[in-house]
Design a protein. Sequence first.
Length: 278
Amino acid sequence: MSIRTAQAVLRAAFRQAATDLRAGLVGMSVALLASVSAIVLASRSTQVTDGAYAAFGPMFLSSSIGTISCFITLQIAGETYTDRIGGALLRVRVLPHGPLTWAIGKTMSSITQTVIFQGAALLGGALFVDALPLSTSQVLACLPLMALSAVATAPLGFLVGAFIRGVYSFMVSYLPIFALMGTSGFFMPMDRLPSWVQAVQLTLPTYWSGHLTRWALVGDPSWEVGRAFSPVLAIGVLTVWTVLGFAGASFIVRRSFRKETIGSLARVQSTIRSQSGL
């Protein structure tokens, strides 16, 4: 691909990302207000369930800021499914560099929305959670960590989205993601979970995203695996997920788009009507 072609692809991806953001502005605003309010209200609790652990409120807030990045997987998967059943993927397939442009634009818009959510939760915590006094240096240190966690989990959305072909697979695909998020330590100490769950989480961005924000904002390792912070390891794991994830996503997107045909679209729409009882 020449430099001029790459520039054209990026310009088209920026336009698509801007369109996606404008289209979802109202829904995103409502979801942002509701979710951030819920997180802040829960975080205002200073309950300590055990003297060995830090107060629940600050830990939950800092964990949530990191774990929000994992929702980008659900967002990309959901939007891929919507574009598939609406025929958008089929239309994109026939355009020059269409799949690449679509994937880059979808990544840009999803990461932007995710970082906005994380930033809003961080701002809400700084303003309304008295148990978590934040300095400017802590906030500034947290910003690149938030972005890294969002980028690292984005490729998983393309992987999940490639396998969603109907209502049932759409619903089922969300279950393992919620299970991984629920066991990532964002609302309870990791040592309360079975050792095999901890071992699985140590290989995934779901745990390390919250690990970094807890390290940057609270500094209490009582919720961590082994009760110790490993920020360098966390950054390394997320970086590996970013590099390998997007390499894998590139292959998955190309393979997935090759299956987008008029016949496959008709079958998917027929399956959805059957599963929905229409």
